[in-house]
Design a protein around this ligand. Structure first.
Ligand code: 13P
Length: 255
């Protein structure tokens, strides 16, 4: 944790969910709004086709929602893509950019990720900018170099604690059940914080840095206790209300 920074637990549903997800969202709202909202922010990122429905299910709740990606342009001939303004129109307030699955599956470069973050800001969205090393990069001792390069290339000038959240997700920890040693998470987050402070000053000191990769109710407390871990970006465990709320509980117990 970072004193003075309210953590956020964010759920990335990836390509999961349907109109039947309403009951799960209802459970989240009931569990979150009653006892967690004071200590932890919560956000969910459903597939964009479910975003407007999800926003309506969340109406009146303190849980925020957003999309998993946006295009760098606001309109035009880009079949299959969605614009940041459309996310706003659907009721979203945030967007993930640069998730490793997009960097790998869609060959997204740092420049493209930065352009998407700028588009998000133009529409008033908070950009959750994702970075993280591949297994081979970690093995060859290049983790911090990769993080420096991704931060420099993917986070545009003008980032603030309000418009940007950094999500550190070691690619090899995503969906594998593998989690880095606490000391490795601490080293990566301290490094990210230092880079952010050097570049953005006070804004960098207060920007949230999330950890993602196999976060579960059982390991969330230990991860949250690490310096500069200001929340979690959760994949698989965000698909069950009980697990996702369990992760939030672990964070609440720290505050
Ligand atoms: P898992 O929690 O399933 O490992 O996914 C992490 C992730 O990629 C969140 O964006």
């Amino acid at each position: 944790m970072t004193p003075e920074i309210k953590p956020v637990v964010a759920g990335n549903w990836k390509m999961n969910g349907s109109s039947n997800s309403q009951s799960m969202v209802r459970e989240l709202v009931a569990g979150y709004d009653q006892k967690l909202q004071g200590q932890v922010d919560m956000a969910i990122f459903p597939p964009s086709i479910l975003l407007a429905q999800t926003a309506s299910w969340l109406s009146g709740s303190k849980i925020s929602c957003g999309a998993q990606d946006c295009h760098a342009n606001q309109s035009g001939a880009h079949t299959g893509d969605i614009a940041a303004d459309m996310i706003v129109d659907a009721g979203g307030t945030m967007v993930l950019v640069g998730h490793s699955e997009r960097r790998v599956d869609h060959n997204e470069s740092n420049d493209e990720v930065a352009a998407k973050a700028r588009a998000a800001w133009q529409s008033g969205l908070t950009a959750f900018i994702c970075i993280g090393e591949l297994e081979a990069e970690r093995r060859s001792g290049k983790t911090l170099d990769v993080l420096a390069e991704q931060l420099a290339g993917s986070v545009p000038d003008g980032a603030t604690a309000a418009n940007a959240v950094i999500a550190y997700e070691p690619v090899w920890a995503i969906g594998t059940g593998l989690v880095p040693e606490a000391s490795d998470v601490e080293e990566a987050h301290a490094f990210i914080r230092k880079q952010l402070v050097e570049r953005f000053g006070n804004a960098g000191a207060t920007m949230r840095i999330l950890y993602g990769g196999s976060v579960k109710p059982g390991n969330a407390g230990e991860l949250m206790a690490i310096n500069n871990v200001d929340g979690a970006l959760v994949g698989g465990a965000s698909l069950k209300a009980e697990d996702f709320l369990g992760i939030c509980e672990a964070y609440r117990n720290m505050t």
